[in-house]
Design a binder for this molecule. Sequence first.
Ligand code: CIR
Length: 253
Amino acid sequence: MTKAILHTVSPGIGDCELTYLERVAIDHSIASSQHQDYCSMLESLGVQITMLSDNDGLPDAVFVEDTALVFDELAVITRPGAESRRGETGLIEAELSKHRSIAQIKPPATLDGGDVIQMGSTVFVGQTARTNSAGIASLQKMLAPFDYEVRPVQVHGCLHLKSAACDISERSLLVNPSWLDLSPFSEFNVMTIDNTEPWAANAIHINGTVCLHSAFHKTIANLRELEFKVATTDVSEFQKAEGGLSCLSLRFR
Ligand code: CIR
């Protein structure tokens, strides 16, 4: 990954969508400072960042990952499952059209970027409250000319596929096995999070380094023991909005 699009933290983040968590106050200035640290971590790993700020009126705008998917061949602008988030995509489309040709998920299909994990030519898509079967079928159709295989994954008990799994190398994933069906991943290596840290699989893999929320000490230690390079940053304010490391950036080559 060499590039990432990010969005500043909306002053209204406290009004974010919530599905599994009770609403608690989110401190905008702590969140902004954590966002800055997250940026610095990406930059230290060689990522060039474009920071957007025009969607500040939309509470969840910082979670840019949900608004688009970027493949080498094209970018797909999503149609987020939460109606309150559909206004976020126009700004992302304008930015991504500088880098890729654009395809759009159209009604009645819904798809959140947080439900998609690409591992080479295999594209895993979570079946969740945010991503419906029409969304998965649309993505399948868009990617068919490029020889990707789109594989649905059943997800339960969490918001997105990426709440439950992330790639940590070309052929390996870090997963929370309680939140997804692992059978679609049979030919990949799967490492499980420490079960006292259920959110630890919301991580990202950047240029050979796995990045995790700094509080997940046990999963971090397990990864280091297996000789993964690990970087950490604190995203505790975003966890209150059901976000984590992955949703804070839209990463691409
Ligand atoms: C939402 O519910 O849409 C936001 N509050 C959190 C989105 C997190 N996105 C992600 O994990 N990809």
